[in-house]
Structure formats: structure tokens, C-alpha cells
Design a protein around this ligand. Structure first.
Ligand SMILES: CC(C)(COP(=O)(O)OP(=O)(O)OC[C@H]1O[C@@H](n2cnc3c(N)ncnc32)[C@H](O)[C@@H]1OP(=O)(O)O)[C@@H](O)C(=O)NCCC(=O)NCCS
Length: 412
């Protein structure tokens, strides 16, 4: 069994394998792997095993991203296009590819990796952990409040291109949490062509925008297309007035549209813009409770290099923090060291130590803590970590972050 980087001569075989595995047209897949603004064929790895198959038995891609978290830019390796020929599945080929990918990402100095799993259970074995929650809201536009600021909303025009790019960049810089930074070329080739039903909030300066996709609801009685509905593909607002303006504008579409569907960051306060905190076809669970949204579980994250990930934390803690941590990592044993972490005035130093441990956990739990998804004190409380309560309180403050979030156009 050999695993190697793909070359141009593998393009046909990879396109056939991916189209078979993801049920997409081979010609389209071929164009997308050869002319992609995010990656090239050299980001693909293939596995060959002549005993099993004459063809390439499987492949995966390590896509390089720049992300922003807690106001700091860093790199991230996105795992995607994991596929194995149907006739040689369940023989450990994808597992071998993943083990090799972990070694490669460590060599390439990536602090973290993320992926959208077909099955969380499969990737857990490799230290990836669930961190990507989204709230799927479906509500009537008539449930939105009538915000006056909607008068500043107007249709997007080509002249707004640079302005909306700036709005997103500013939002990701201030509130991004493991959020990919969208490159200019990706904006121009992939996202801009989708700005067909787009509106900007312009109160003298463009401070927000929304991109819509119209679709027909399915009639629940006969499955036929029903009323008109809107899917919000992207909504970005830089201040309170822009949020109110964009929601006010969407509320005014009530005569035309039955339903608005919005997949929001898990911590987005949508209730603040609605008259009633309930979804369109809400169920009354008890007299006192009504359903409001569906929690959607998405991407996973893995810290690849524990030392680097800790070093890149720049936190303005009021008092200096000093603690000894150990993260057990069966796939990358280099990570399993006792590390002394010292945080002061936004600078963090990390070094190996023999001092006694104050916090210990395994790589999946550490990845959830690092991403801000799980509080260290909750890890302790539910038995996912061991540690000194005094230190854990400090760690809660240190690892605090908004819910990890990836915009829909940036899903990989
Ligand atoms: C998902 C996919 C890549 C898995 O490839 P694979 O080579 O079959 O994966 P593996 O053999 O390494 O592991 C699959 C399962 O078989 C098990 N397995 C491995 N060797 C085995 C063996 N000799 N006998 C029985 N089971 C075995 C693994 O433990 C694993 O079980 P788990 O799902 O409970 O963890 C493949 O099914 C595929 O291409 N699917 C379509 C595309 C897709 O969904 N890709 C994932 C995108 S995130």
C-alpha cells in the first residue's frame, strides 16, 4: 500500500472516483479539481494497493485555508474529498489515508484541521471532534419586526462588489471563530456569480448585505411545489442598525413570501428581531413551550499541533495565567507532552516541563475546548478531563470564543 501526492496524470482517475463517490457528473468534477481557486491537484493524496485494485484505491484532499479566530489569523487544513472505490471499502483504506494525512498536516505545521464528516463516529478515531453547531430557523416574514432602518436597504449592484467584500472581511476579523477568510479569487469566481438576489444596507456607507435564494416550498399534502420561500444564503451586518435594517427589509416581503429559512450561527440572537420566538410551523411541546428552530450538527475540528495551538493564543487576561497541561494524543504522540503555558499581556509562551500536571484531557476534548465549543469547567464536570478547579476557572476565561462558524459559501 502506498500513499503519495497526486500528479496531473491522476486527474482522470481522481475525477472518476470522486464522481462515483459523491454522485456528481465526472466532467464537472474534473473541471473543479483542475481549475479550482482554492486548491490544486498537488493538494490531493492518493492510495495505491496493487493487491486490491489496479486503479487508485482512494483519495483525500488537504485544502489550505486562512482562518480568523479571536481576532487572530492562522492557517487551517481542511480535509475533504475522502473517497474509496466502492469495491474495496471497509478494508481500512480511508483509515490509512487519514493517518497519513495527520502526519502530513503535522509536518506542514498546521495548528488545526477541520472537516465536514459523513459520519462523526468515523473521524472521532482520528481525534476530530464535533464543534460546528448551526441553528436552522424557519419563520414567517410576518413574524419579523417592522424596523424603520429598512429604508436604507437597496439592491446590490456590481459597483458594490468591493464594499461587500470589505464588510465580510471586517466581520470575520472582529467576530470570526475558526471562520475561513474568503480570498478575492474565490469571491470573484465562486461567490459573486451567486449574488443575483442580493441587497445591501447603505446608510451612506455599505455596512451590511444579504444574499437570497428563492425556492418553492413543498406542499405537505401532496408533495407538489407550494408557496414561495426564501433561503438566506448569507447575511452580514456590521452594526445594530444594519441588522435591524436587513431584517426589517425581509419582513416587508411578507406579501410575497411564506417562509424564510436561515441557518444562523448557534449564538446569533435572532429572537431579538422577531415578534414571537417560534418557528413557522411550531409545535406546542407543552402549554409553556413552542418549537423555535432545529439544531444542526456540522463540522468537526482537530488540533494538529498542541504546542503551536497554545502558543498562538493571545489573550488579554487581566492577571497572568500559568498552568501545566497534558493532551493525550494516540494518533500524533508528539502532542502528548507536559506543557507549561504562561500567558501574560497578550503573549503566550509554551515549553515542556516536569512540573506536576494541572489539567489533563484527550485530543478530541482539547479540540472542543480550544475552539470555545466546550468550557474546560464543563469538561471537568462531566468527566472528560481532570484538573484543579482553581486552574480550570482561568482556562474557562482563556479559551472563551464565539461559536465556531463557517459561512455557507465557504463550506468545503
Ligand atoms: C466514507 C468512505 C471514504 C470510507 O472508506 P473505507 O475505505 O470504506 O473506510 P474504512 O474501511 O477505513 O472504514 C470504514 C469502516 O470499516 C471498518 N473497517 C476497516 N477495515 C475493516 C475490515 N477489514 N473489516 C471490516 N470493517 C473494517 C472501519 O473501522 C470503519 O468502521 P466505522 O465506520 O464504524 O468507523 C467510503 O465509504 C466512501 O468513499 N464513501 C462515499 C464518499 C463519502 O461519503 N466520503 C466521505 C466524505 S466526508
Amino acid at each position: 500500500m502506498i500513499i503519495r501526492q497526486a500528479t496531473g496524470s491522476d486527474a482522470d482517475a481522481i475525477a472518476t472516483l470522486l464522481s462515483k463517490s459523491f454522485l456528481e457528473d465526472t466532467a464537472i468534477v474534473r473541471v473543479s479539481i483542475e481549475n479550482n481557486p482554492r486548491y490544486s491537484l498537488s493538494n490531493m493524496y492518493v492510495i495505491e494497493d496493487k493487491g486490491l485494485s489496479e486503479k487508485i484505491a482512494g483519495c483525500l484532499r488537504i485544502t489550505p485555508f486562512e482562518i480568523c479566530t479571536r481576532g487572530i489569523k492562522s492557517t487551517m487544513a481542511g480535509i475533504a474529498a475522502v473517497a474509496v472505490q466502492p469495491e474495496v471499502r471497509r478494508r481500512g483504506i480511508a483509515e490509512a489515508l487519514m493517518e497519513e494525512a495527520l502526519r502530513k498536516m503535522y509536518e506542514m505545521s498546521y495548528p488545526v484541521s477541520m472537516l465536514f464528516p459523513f459520519k462523526h463516529h468515523f473521524y472521532k478515531k482520528f481525534g476530530y471532534a464535533y464543534v460546528g453547531n448551526m441553528m436552522l430557523y424557519e419563520f414567517s416574514p410576518n413574524n419579523l419586526m417592522n424596523f424603520e432602518e429598512r429604508r436604507f436597504v437597496r439592491p446590490f449592484t456590481k459597483a458594490d462588489k468591493g464594499k461587500v467584500k470589505k464588510v465580510l472581511a471586517q466581520e470575520v476579523q472582529s467576530h470570526g471563530s475558526f471562520t475561513p477568510i474568503r480570498t478575492d479569487v474565490f469571491w470573484d469566481l465562486v461567490v459573486m456569480p451567486k449574488f443575483k438576489d442580493a441587497y445591501v444596507y447603505d446608510s451612506g456607507e455599505v455596512r451590511g448585505y444579504v444574499v437570497l435564494e428563492f425556492y418553492k416550498e413543498t406542499n405537505s399534502v401532496n408533495g407538489q411545489p407550494g408557496g414561495q420561500a426564501i433561503n438566506i444564503k448569507e447575511l452580514v451586518a456590521l452594526d445594530a442598525s444594519a441588522h435591524r435594517g436587513l431584517w426589517g427589509f425581509l419582513g416587508a416581503l411578507g406579501e410575497q413570501v411564506n417562509r424564510i429559512r436561515y441557518m444562523a450561527p448557534a449564538d446569533y440572537p435572532l429572537h431579538a428581531f422577531l415578534k414571537e420566538p417560534r418557528e413557522r410551523d411550531y409545535r406546542r411541546l407543552f402549554f409553556e413551550y413552542k418549537t423555535f428552530s432545529t439544531l444542526a450538527s456540522g463540522f468537526m475540528l482537530r488540533v494538529i499541533n498542541v504546542h503551536e495551538s497554545l502558543r498562538s493564543l493571545r489573550h488579554a487576561l487581566e492577571a497572568p495565567a500559568d498552568f501545566v497541561i497534558r493532551v493525550k494524543d494516540g494518533n500524533l504522540p508528539q502532542n502528548s507532552q507536559n506543557l507549561n503555558v504562561h500567558v501574560h499581556n497578550g503573549e503566550t509562551t509554551v515549553e515542556e516541563t516536569r512540573r506536576p500536571l494541572q489539567f489533563e484531557t484527550e485530543i478530541g476534548i482539547f479540540s472542543q475546548i480550544y475552539s470555545g465549543f466546550l468550557k474546560p469547567s464543563d469538561a471537568l464536570r462531566y468527566g472528560f478531563a481532570s484538573g484543579e478547579p482553581g486552574v480550570v476557572q482561568k482556562l474557562d476565561e482563556l479559551f472563551k470564543a464565539p461559536a465556531p462558524f463557517i459561512y455557507q459559501y465557504d463550506i468545503f
